[in-house]
Write a protein that binds this ligand. Structure first.
Ligand SMILES: Cc1cc2nc3c(=O)[nH]c(=O)nc-3n(C[C@H](O)[C@H](O)[C@H](O)COP(=O)(O)OP(=O)(O)OC[C@H]3O[C@@H](n4cnc5c(N)ncnc54)[C@H](O)[C@@H]3O)c2cc1C
Length: 153
């Protein structure tokens, strides 16, 4: 394990590469002021399954609109004696498939030297004098800051 007082290997350690971890990594990579920051993502799963979907409302362009699998411009209320279809105007309701999201971000970050993906499970995450230290099934790493999106057990 790296000594606790050594300079951290990474600026940001992301424990968990699901919705939150991948979104954070993507936004860090998009931000010019963070261009020099080194990001480590530790995620145990391959994320190669469509394990969920996300849907959202918006009336302005959003960053992941391009990968939405469906977009609705109308909503309908229907019952045996009533029917009303409402145009959503500027609003859209969009649905993103989990797999499309994982693949989109993986592709966007694939050639980015800022970002390192490690397949493994975080076991211990602890503060040190110079940041954080993680013990994972793929080895030990240090970083200045950690963002932990592991599910609560
Ligand atoms: C089957 C299912 C369907 C869902 N459908 C929807 C939906 O339709 N709409 C919606 O809004 N929400 C849905 N959710 C809720 C979903 O949890 C959130 O939308 C969103 O995925 C949460 O983002 P997150 O990054 O916090 O968690 P996740 O996306 O779950 O990411 C957490 C990541 O941490 C990883 N991890 C676990 N243990 C470790 C470890 N020890 N070390 C490192 N990484 C670890 C996991 O593998 C995972 O990739 C669904 C959840 C499930 C389980």
């Amino acid at each position: 394990m790296p000594p606790s007082n050594a300079l951290p290997e990474y600026d940001y350690l992301l424990a968990g590469g699901g919705a939150a971890g991948l979104s954070l990594a993507y936004h860090i990579a998009q931000e010019p002021r963070l261009a020099g920051k080194r990001v480590l993502i530790i995620e145990p799963e391959a994320k190669d399954q469509n394990d969920r979907t996300w849907s959202y409302w918006s009336d302005t362009p959003m960053v992941f609109d391009g990968i939405a699998a469906h977009e609705w411009r109308h909503i309908a209320f229907r019952s045996p004696g009533f029917e009303k279809v409402i145009d959503l105007g500027n609003y859209r309701y969009r649905m993103i498939r989990g797999l499309d999201y994982y693949q989109f971000i993986r592709r966007a970050l694939a050639d980015n030297p800022q970002v390192t993906f490690v397949r493994g499970a975080v076991e211990i995450l602890e503060d040190t004098a110079s940041g954080v230290r993680v013990q994972s099934s793929a080895g030990a790493f240090t970083a200045q800051y950690a963002f932990d999106s592991r599910p609560r057990t």
